[in-house]
Design a protein around this ligand. Structure first.
Ligand code: HEC
Ligand code: HEC
Length: 163
C-alpha cells in the first residue's frame, strides 16, 4: 500500500513537471498575439475612419478589378443612395437606360432554371439553364452592396495581400 502511494506521487510530480515545461515552451508574447502588435494592457488606438470616394457618379474613374470576373468596386460616392423594397437607387442609373453609365451585365438579368435529375440516385439538383428574371433583375442580386463595395482610400491593409 505504501509502495503504491509513492508510485502515485511520483507519477503526479512527473505530470506536473511536463505541464510546466510545455507551458514555458508555448509562451506567446503579447506583442505577437494579435494584428495590433502591442501590449494587451495598453488601450488600442482606434483605426482612422474609412474614407470612401467623395466623387459623384460621372466624375469618378473605374477601379481595377482584383481578378477577372470579380464584382467591380464602386468608384463613386453612394451617400444617400437608397436600396429598399420599393426602390433601388443603384438601378435608377445602372439599369441600362442611361447613356454613360455602365449597365448591369446579362448575368444580373437572369435566373437559373433548376432541375432534378431523375436518372441519378441519390437525386441531384442541377442548373439546367437560365431564363430572364420576371422582374427584370435577378432578385438574388437586388441588394447590390452584397457584392459591390466602395474602396476606402486612406486605410492600409493590416497584412500584405494580393487584392
Ligand atoms: C447617379 C447615377 C448613379 C447611381 C445612383 C449609382 N451609380 Fe454606379 N456608376 C455610375 C457611373 C456614371 C459610373 C461610371 C464611373 C463614373 O463615371 O463615375 C458608375 C460606376 C459604378 C461601378 C463600376 C463599374 C465598373 O465596371 O467598374 C459600380 C460597381 C457601380 N457603379 C455600382 C453602383 C451601386 C452598387 C450603386 C448603388 C449603391 C450605384 N452604383 C449607384 C452612376 C451611378
Ligand atoms: C451576387 C453578387 C452580385 C450582386 C448582388 C450584384 N452584382 Fe453586379 N456584378 C457582379 C459580378 C461578379 C460582376 C462581374 C461580372 C463579369 O464581369 O463577368 C458584376 C458586374 C457589374 C457591373 C459591371 C458591368 C460591366 O460591364 O463592367 C455593374 C455596373 C454592376 N455589376 C452593377 C450591379 C448593380 C447595380 C447591382 C444591384 C442591382 C448588382 N450589380 C448586384 C456581382 C454582383
Amino acid at each position: 500500500m505504501k509502495y503504491l502511494r509513492w508510485m502515485l506521487l511520483a507519477v503526479l510530480l512527473f505530470l506536473a513537471a511536463c505541464e510546466s515545461e510545455q507551458r514555458a515552451g508555448k509562451q506567446i508574447c503579447d506583442q505577437t498575439l494579435s494584428l495590433r502588435k502591442d501590449c494587451v494592457f495598453k488601450q488600442a488606438q482606434p483605426l482612422p475612419m474609412a474614407l470612401y470616394s467623395q466623387k459623384s457618379p460621372g466624375e469618378s474613374t473605374k477601379l481595377n478589378r482584383a481578378y477577372a470576373t470579380a464584382p467591380p468596386l464602386i468608384p463613386h460616392s453612394i451617400e444617400g443612395v437608397e436600396v429598399n423594397a420599393s426602390m433601388n437607387g443603384c438601378l435608377l442609373c445602372h439599369s441600362g437606360e442611361m447613356p454613360d453609365v455602365p449597365a448591369i451585365p446579362a448575368s444580373h438579368r437572369q435566373i437559373a432554371v433548376i432541375g432534378i435529375s431523375q436518372a441519378q440516385k441519390p437525386l441531384v439538383t442541377q442548373v439546367k439553364g437560365f431564363k430572364a428574371a420576371p422582374s427584370g433583375v435577378d432578385q438574388g442580386r437586388y441588394v447590390c452592396l452584397t457584392c459591390h463595395v466602395p474602396q476606402a482610400g486612406n486605410l492600409k491593409p493590416l497584412v500584405a495581400n494580393q487584392f
